[in-house]
Design a protein around this ligand. Structure first.
Ligand SMILES: Cc1ncc(C[n+]2csc(CCOP(=O)(O)OP(=O)(O)O)c2C)c(N)n1
Length: 376
């Protein structure tokens, strides 16, 4: 294992002073260390990985120093466009050091959504013409890998990737791990929403713990999972999956259980929801001010007025709640049209939280079968 301090110091020695990205569980210690050791002007947790590449490029344009952009390999997709049409050596020639967490590395056990991404992580870089190395566990070798990366970036003026395997970084805990305000856990809030919803309501839940919690709540209640679409991958898109469903099935109430990080990742989707105004759509944003599922790194979710954004984008009714009683009361109100309910929740999850026992394909079949039977 490698101390994140050692890695970051080695990078800084080569002139990098700007860090941005979207957190990943494999990069948890690395993210915690830069949060503690880099000032807030020079470490920015971006809304999505494409934004992070662009932000890094902006910094380069005025400093000529190579920025570091970190991400989970799931974020490669978001980053492709700015990597190929901005930073690429055939376009603006901007060197960017990518640090990519390799979930789903072939041969290692992981969730289905990570397995596919893990399989294509390196070949996606190859297709983009981005050179890379998989980081070694040996300190001296890492130093020489970093030296090679900087040599290539400076010579070719193009991005370069360092790939991080599971358990590469030694444990480092964030010094400031303050809890944001909130009385309920995310799981308690979901339990309450499921309890108040009609048995025919459809749920689309976001990436990370929220989907796992929804699954476990159904198990606990002895309910089936067929009304739930668990968005296990594809972070930031649950609200649009729910929109696609809600527009076609106006006879059913559709709840989107979103996270603040996921909402911010593709915030533009809310404008489309607001413009379509599905009256059967309830957008619930479980706001813990953090990317809780991958280590609790801060989002700006608690610094901005998400419900005011929803209102400005055309939602009919918006409300922010922080207690179970407030949440129960708003869920009981009827006839509110397109709604956005922001629920302030605490960070953290149950330590013994399980994972769905059925596969995404089984879930999809059960969901589609249930909806089709209902229409008959
Ligand atoms: C495109 C992409 N980037 C990053 C990730 C890694 N990831 C999974 S869940 C998560 C955090 C989600 O945060 P939020 O929506 O606020 O929900 P919370 O975990 O706080 O409940 C992240 C960053 C991912 N799955 N996909």
């Amino acid at each position: 294992m490698i101390a994140p301090q050692l890695f970051v110091e080695e990078i800084r020695k080569r002139g990098t002073e700007f860090f941005t990205g979207v957190p990943d569980s494999l990069l948890k210690s690395f993210c915690a260390y830069i949060t503690d050791s880099v000032d807030a002007e020079h470490h920015i947790i971006a809304a999505n990985e494409g934004n992070a590449v662009a932000l890094g490029c902006g910094n380069y344009l005025v400093t000529s120093r190579i920025p570091l952009v970190y991400m989970q390999n799931s974020g490669e997709g978001n980053a492709i466009n700015p990597l190929l049409s901005l930073a690429d050596e055939d376009v603006y020639q901007i060197p960017v050091l990518l640090v990519i967490g390799w979930r789903g590395e072939p041969g290692k056990a992981d969730e289905p959504q990570h397995k596919k991404q893990g399989k294509v992580t390196l070949s996606l870089l190859e297709a983009m013409g981005i050179s890379y190395q998989v980081l070694s566990e040996d300190k001296e070798e890492i130093r020489s890998q970093i030296a090679t990366a900087y040599y290539c970036m400076e010579k070719n003026l193009s991005p370069y990737a360092l790939i991080v395997r599971k358990d590469l970084f030694a444990e480092y805990s964030l010094k400031d791990s303050k809890q944001p305000s909130g009385t309920m856990s995310r799981e308690e809030a979901i339990d309450c929403i499921v309890g108040k919803a009609s048995s025919a309501a459809i749920f689309v839940s976001t990436t990370g713990m929220a989907s796992r919690e929804l699954y476990e709540i159904r198990e606990k209640n002895g309910q089936s999972h067929e009304r739930d679409f668990l968005t296990v991958g594809c972070m930031g898109h649950a609200s649009q999956i729910a929109l696609g469903i809600a527009l076609e099935r106006k006879d059913r109430q559709v709840y989107c259980l979103d996270g603040d990080g996921a909402t911010l990742m593709h915030l533009g989707g809310m404008a489309i929801i607001g413009s379509k105004k599905p009256q059967n759509y309830c957008h619930i944003i479980l706001n813990n001010g953090a990317h809780d599922s991958v280590g609790g790194q801060r989002t700006v979710g608690r610094d901005i007025a998400l419900v005011q954004v929803a209102l400005a984008l055309g939602y009919d009714s918006v409300v922010r709640v922080s207690t179970k009683k407030e949440l129960e009361d708003v869920l009981e109100e009827k006839g509110r049209g397109l709604r956005c309910i922001e629920v302030l929740v605490k960070k953290g999850n149950r330590k013994d939280l399980g994972r769905p026992k059925s596969t995404p394909i089984e879930n999809k079949h059960a969901f589609m079968h249930y909806i089709a039977e209902e229409t008959k």
